[in-house]
Write a protein that binds this ligand. Structure first.
Ligand SMILES: C[S@@+](CC[C@H](N)C(=O)[O-])C[C@H]1O[C@@H](n2cnc3c(N)ncnc32)[C@H](O)[C@@H]1O
Length: 242
């Protein structure tokens, strides 16, 4: 039987992404914090504030990686709330489990290996869907949004953090010079995998700007879609309701 070419494309893409994140997992946190000058921590706190869970509520963190968003959210939510992390790469989420244990949050956090394009959960399972720095990596953004919406309960909200494209002309130019020129070299100097950090600017080039991303969320059926630019638009926080 011949496989659907789109399915083959997704499989190949996801296998590349999984391999890349498994390879950079040991350096991921250190490089992330240094290359963003610590801004990533503040951005996750902003996302967690917007997504705060009440007791008994459950959130899904899509592309949980080493768990920083999931654990930041749990720390800012009521006791009795829980988060499930979803990720393709075992090398990344193994670290999230260790971090959760060190923080005493292991009873409120679990991980599932799987894809954002086929979330292994029934419709309406979650009160919140959150995600940080994952959307740029998915092979089919529209499908990922439809899946996120599907697993939210009616009235549930998605709170999605991602790098974006700064709108101010001068700042955008400076930022591009850093992101495309300095960052992959700095990552290599700091001991990271140069190819993986060359992929970072590549992944943003074809990614929609904040307004276009909001339009994609609306097209996937989200309501009350809005976004906030963070640090002059280097990152953006998008929200939408099922
Ligand atoms: C840049 S890391 C972000 C990790 C974490 N959310 C954070 O805030 O640091 C992106 C993560 O998304 C995962 N990922 C990428 N594409 C995915 C997909 N289609 N389904 C599930 N996870 C995916 C990667 O394996 C990686 O762990």
């Amino acid at each position: 039987m011949v496989e659907d070419p789109q399915l083959t494309r997704v499989r190949v893409h996801e296998s590349r992404i999984r391999g890349m994140f498994d390879a950079i997992a040991p350096d991921y946190d250190r490089l992330n914090h240094s290359l963003s000058f610590g801004q990533d921590v503040l951005w996750r706190i902003a996302a967690a504030r917007r997504a705060r869970l009440a007791a008994g509520e459950i959130g899904l963190d899509v592309g949980t990686g080493t768990g920083d968003l999931a654990l930041t959210l749990l720390r800012r939510s009521e006791a009795g709330s829980r988060v499930v992390g979803l990720d393709l790469a075992g090398g990344m989420f193994d670290r999230s489990l260790r971090k959760a244990a060190r923080s005493g949050l292991q009873a409120r956090f679990e991980v599932v290996q799987g894809s954002a394009l086929h979330i292994p959960a029934p419709d309406g399972s979650f009160d919140r869907v959150v995600s940080a720095f994952t959307l740029r990596n998915v092979a089919d953004l529209g499908r990922a949004f439809r899946e996120m919406r599907r697993v939210l309960r009616p009235g549930g909200r998605a709170v999605l953090l991602e790098l974006s494209k700064p709108p101010g002309r001068l700042f955008a130019r400076l930022y591009r010079a850093y992101f495309y020129g300095v960052l992959p070299r700095a990552a290599a100097l700091l001991g990271g995998d140069r190819a993986a950090y060359a992929y970072l600017p590549e992944s943003l080039t074809s990614f929609p700007d904040a307004a276009a991303l909001a339009a994609e969320m609306r097209a996937a059926g989200f309501h009350q879609v809005r976004y906030t630019l963070l640090t002059l638009g280097i990152a953006a926080l998008h929200e939408g309701t099922r």
